[in-house]
Design a protein around this ligand. Structure first.
Ligand code: AVI
Length: 310
């Protein structure tokens, strides 16, 4: 039994907000369902970011110093990382960071096969907390942080700013950071992205209850919970909830909780930024915006930021 999962879940059930950190959505099945989400017609962020990267690879490569070491937060979606590594001028190496050692090793092997002759140094790290880089890095001219997928949007503004500050320190002088952010837009586009007609996001969200039943010896009745995506304008965000359709009594890790009809478990927040708003947040953490690339409808932005000396 994971103590952190247990502590986070019990704390969420004891607190009136019932907020469970979204990292717990990603067990094996959750990761597979998320991968399926990224291919849904209504989930625009992944394909939009890929096409922004593809359309601007030459400009991106020109703006990044030759012999940069690429440090990716997350073990990499080869759909984004491989074209970037191919486009960059003599990348010095690639360091993917991920919390899951198994997933990381698999992804690193797949990448080695697609980008031969590149030093690939997978590194197990939880980037939602303070982390280090390996010591024996290959020689390089500068470091490029790469954080695609708008995953930074799943952090609170406070955590996002800690992470940006930590990366500023870790990547060092002359570093750059290439990062994807999802932009605020009409709920008519956002809600279907997080509540698709195929029901994949609902299954992704409900899978958390399957995980809690399995790993915390809980007895959530899956049929009593409905997936809901809620849009809020200030700060702009989507929240995913599991709403109780009726009063529920549930046992988790030996403790019993009563949930009333209409109460919900808040399982994820996905912040939607403006480039100006994100630039202000990043500036406080030592980063200056150098370039931005967007799609024609301004749904998503890829930002290249430069580290500023403090
Ligand atoms: C991983 N992350 C950027 C996704 C998002 O859009 O916030 C997670 C997700 N949740 C539901 N659909 C996708």
């Amino acid at each position: 039994m994971s103590h952190r999962l247990k502590d986070d879940t019990l704390a969420a059930l004891q607190d009136p907000q019932h907020r469970i950190p979204s990292t717990w959505l990603y067990d094996q099945r959750g990761s597979e369902l998320f991968e399926a989400i990224t291919r849904l017609p209504s989930y625009y962020p992944t394909r939009t970011e890929i096409s922004i990267l593809e359309d601007n690879l030459t400009d991106i490569a020109a703006a990044v110093p030759a012999q940069s070491l690429v440090v990716e937060l997350g073990s990499g979606s080869s759909r984004k990382t491989v074209p970037l590594l191919h486009a960059l001028r003599q990348p010095a190496g690639y360091v993917p960071l991920d919390i899951s050692a198994d997933y990381l090793a698999e992804a690193a092997d797949a990448l080695r096969a697609q980008v031969p002759n590149l030093s690939v140094q997978p590194w197990v790290a939880d980037f939602t907390r303070a982390f280090d880089l390996p010591e024996n890095l290959p020689p390089h001219q500068a470091r490029l942080g790469f954080f695609p997928g708008s995953t930074i949007g799943n952090l609170s503004a406070e955590h996002a700013s800690h992470l940006l500050r930590h990366c500023h320190h870790l990547l060092g002088d002359g570093a750059q950071f290439l990062l994807g952010i999802d932009l605020d837009k009409s709920p008519d586009v956002l809600i279907p992205a997080y509540d698709d007609p195929e029901g994949v996001t609902a299954a992704f969200n409900r899978n958390l209850l399957v995980r809690l039943n399995r790993e915390l010896d809980a007895d959530f009745d899956l049929n009593a919970f409905r997936h809901e995506a809620r849009y809020f304008a200030d700060p702009a965000r989507i929240e995913m909830h599991l709403v109780c359709e009726r009063a529920v009594s549930v046992q988790v890790a030996g403790e019993r909780f009563e949930l009333a009809a209409g109460e919900s478990l808040h399982t994820e927040t996905s912040h939607k930024y403006s480039v100006a708003g994100f630039t202000t947040l990043a500036a406080k953490a030592g980063w200056t915006l150098r370039h931005q690339w967007r799609d024609a409808e301004s749904r998503f932005a890829v930002l290249l930021m430069q580290s500023r000396r403090d």
